[in-house]
Design a protein around this ligand. Structure first.
Ligand code: ATP
Length: 306
């Protein structure tokens, strides 16, 4: 059973004040792009996991855990517990999504493992677990997991896990510049809180951007580019100042919009056409600022069997 699952970029990441439970209230506009990990599951004598780079990518997989810290393993355990079966499964992950890059690769693998294991163990005729159930299970693993099951473009509220699909038109063309070494998501949130405290800024509760939703609904890449926002970007730039020149280079080369993806350090650039994206990718590659320059389109569907 093989499931392909997309990376995400946050078109808007609004970070509200820190809550009593330590989380932030978020407004998250998730957008799934055509950069895919593949998760294959097979019945086996016990639970095992293998992680490798996809043959089409140069992703470094050395930081990815191969024990119960791997989100795909935790997903398999959850599905097994829910269906009352032994978690005897060999999981193979082929990664093309940058690791710790702010594109939710780990969450994507968890989503793929949920879908794959449900297919493997659930009743084919009358499945116990619906897609909504899998999204609920995903929310137990992390706030980005339900979106990787759903795909497309969606607005996430709360910690990001309450999702509403967004209306979009056409295809948007993206270029991603990856960076050497990841950024830890908790460290970026902590830096965001630190910067706000230092500036004496009280974060307002975030609201969904109307400009952004209109640009999506009308398929207007130029307007979408202008409406991209990420409240974590100042923190990511403070922790990794070299990202500034990557963003500036992309804008100089004519990107309709540029922002740090999620908690970074991957930078995302929106182009107006597929041809512009190809030109932009080539120009960015030429600067040598990025570890890797990748092209992808969005929106694409969530975790799905091949
Ligand atoms: P996000 O955008 O959701 O903040 P990210 O893209 O920055 O996430 P991930 O690639 O999801 O980061 O990885 C973050 C950490 O999660 C890794 O450093 C790794 O230790 C851990 N991890 C657990 N399972 C996986 C997995 N299947 N693939 C990648 N990382 C995983």
């Amino acid at each position: 059973m093989s499931v392909r699952v997309p990376a995400k970029v946050n078109l808007q990441l609004g970070v509200g004040p820190i809550r009593d439970d330590g989380y932030h209230d978020l407004v998250n506009v998730f957008h799934a792009v055509s950069l895919f990990d593949e998760v294959t599951v097979e019945r086996a004598p016990g639970l095992e996991v293998r992680v490798q780079a996809s043959p089409y990518s140069r992703v470094r997989v050395d930081g990815v855990p191969v024990d119960e810290d791997n989100l795909a393993v935790r997903a398999a355990l959850l599905v097994a517990a829910r269906l009352g079966v032994e978690p005897d499964v060999a999981i193979r992950i082929r990664k093309a999504i940058p690791v710790a890059g702010g594109m939710a690769g780990g969450s994507a693998d968890a989503a793929a493992a949920l879908v794959a294991c449900a297919r493997l163990w659930d009743d084919r005729e009358q499945p116990v677990l619906t897609r909504d159930d899998l999204m609920d299970l995903g929310a137990e693993l992390g706030s980005d997991v339900p979106f990787a099951v759903l795909g497309g473009t969606a607005v996430g509220l709360g910690r990001g896990e309450r999702l509403t699909p967004a209306l979009t038109r056409g295809t948007f063309h993206w270029v991603f510049a990856t960076a050497d070494g990841g950024l830890s998501t908790p460290a970026v949130y902590a830096e965001c809180d630190r910067i706000r405290a230092e500036r004496g800024e009280a974060a307002a509760p975030p609201r969904v951007s109307e400009e952004l939703m209109t640009a999506l609904a009308t398929g207007d890449a130029k307007a979408l580019g202008a409406a991209l926002t990420n409240d974590l970007q100042p923190a990511a730039l403070a922790l990794r100042p070299s990202l500034r020149r990557v963003l500036d280079a992309g804008l100089e080369f004519g990107a309709a919009g540029a922002l740090v993806s999620g908690s970074g350090p991957t930078c995302a650039f929106l182009a107006e056409t597929g041809e512009d994206a190809a030109d932009l990718a080539e120009a960015l590659d030429g600067t040598g600022f990025a570890e890797q320059v990748l092209r992808a389109d969005g929106p694409v569907p969530g975790a799905a069997t091949r």
